[in-house]
Design a protein around this ligand. Structure first.
Ligand SMILES: NC(=O)c1ccc[n+]([C@@H]2O[C@H](COP(=O)([O-])OP(=O)(O)OC[C@H]3O[C@@H](n4cnc5c(N)ncnc54)[C@H](OP(=O)(O)O)[C@@H]3O)[C@@H](O)[C@H]2O)c1
Length: 284
């Protein structure tokens, strides 16, 4: 059997790392990159440097599937540095995707639920986008670019990703670190979303690639919850005192970027509807 050669641009991140470990466990050939968080098995690559991107791809013997979870994913940082966000979230992934396509690779890009305004979620793949912050605007722009220039690309939109990883980029871990020290955790009661486990996300994404899915696909968890509900569940599941979770409104944080409030994602494609227990092991 000929094995698929996967390339993961941003394998040091939350999604990329989970993808890397899962595909490797399945016996697939995987090459991954990091940017600022080195890992021994990964190659350093800055996607904002076109020559580095060219050299990286030129050095690969084969390129079958190119996963692009690499991004400037901090919503508030994007709001505060619009040029950096455009470079990382539009220009650089666009160039990576073009280069990957020229090498014959199938492009899989990770977008976001933040392309929606959160006025009347949950949203399906066909609903009109209307981002309310820079991060979402740039993700919408790269989605449109990819759909026009690389129509065979798979564009995955997840929402509020979490995992079992002991990594500060993982929401569950951040909550537990606070609770362990008996510190109260503020959690918003006015943001609704469909929290997405990395395990199910990666499973569905790989299935969609194998099925030859093209275009936009929503891959999200099966339940719609507030951030407060989610945080209480984490506390309960790990045996912490739920009274440490303090319900607050989004406005009380005075964040630079607006958040979709009544959000969340659903998919019209039945094979990619996630079920607890079947597609992932519940963390909480
Ligand atoms: N997390 C969520 O809740 C969520 C929700 C919806 C959509 N998404 C989208 O899903 C994707 C993955 O998110 P994530 O949570 O895994 O993000 P993450 O943990 O922040 O990972 C981002 C990755 O991008 C890499 N990267 C950043 N700048 C780079 C550059 N200049 N050159 C090369 N690589 C660079 C990082 O490398 P280093 O770490 O080595 O610097 C890291 O591997 C993103 O597109 C994000 O927008 C995330």
């Amino acid at each position: 059997m000929i094995r698929v050669q996967h390339v993961i641009i941003g394998a040091s991140g939350q999604v990329g790392g989970y993808l890397q470990r899962t595909l490797a466990r399945l016996g697939e050939d995987v090459r991954g990159t990091y940017y600022r968080h080195p890992e021994p098995s990964l190659t350093q690559l800055d996607i904002t440097e076109p020559k580095e991107v060219q050299d990286f791809f030129n050095a690969l013997k084969r390129v079958d599937v190119v996963w692009i979870p690499a991004a400037m994913a901090n919503v508030d940082q994007c709001q505060q540095d619009v040029d950096a966000s455009h470079l990382h979230n539009v220009e650089a992934p666009g160039y990576v995707a073009q280069t990957a396509m020229k090498r014959g690779g199938r492009v899989v890009f990770f977008s976001t639920d933040y392309v929606f305004d959160g006025h009347n979620g949950p949203y399906g793949e066909e609903d009109p986008t209307h981002p309310i912050q820079v991060y979402g605007q740039h993700k919408e722009e790269i989605e449109q670019y990819l759909r026009k220039e690389i129509p065979h690309a798979l564009i995955i939109r997840p929402a509020w990703i979490y995992s079992r990883d002991e990594n500060p980029r993982n929401f569950v871990y951040r909550v537990l670190e606070q609770l362990k020290e008996n510190k109260p955790v503020k959690a918003v009661i006015d943001q609704w979303n469909t929290p997405t486990p990395s395990e199910g996300l990666v499973k569905m994404a790989w299935q969609a690639v194998q099925d030859g899915f093209e275009g936009i696909l929503h891959i999200a968890g099966p339940e719609r919850l507030t951030r407060y509900d989610l945080t209480c569940r984490i506390a309960k599941a790990f045996g912490y005192d739920v009274s440490l979770i303090e319900p607050v409104n989004t406005a009380s944080f005075h964040l630079p970027a607006s958040r979709p409030l009544n959000g969340g994602l659903i998919t019209q494609y039945a094979p990619y509807k996630m079920e607890s227990g079947r597609d992932f092991t519940p963390v909480f």
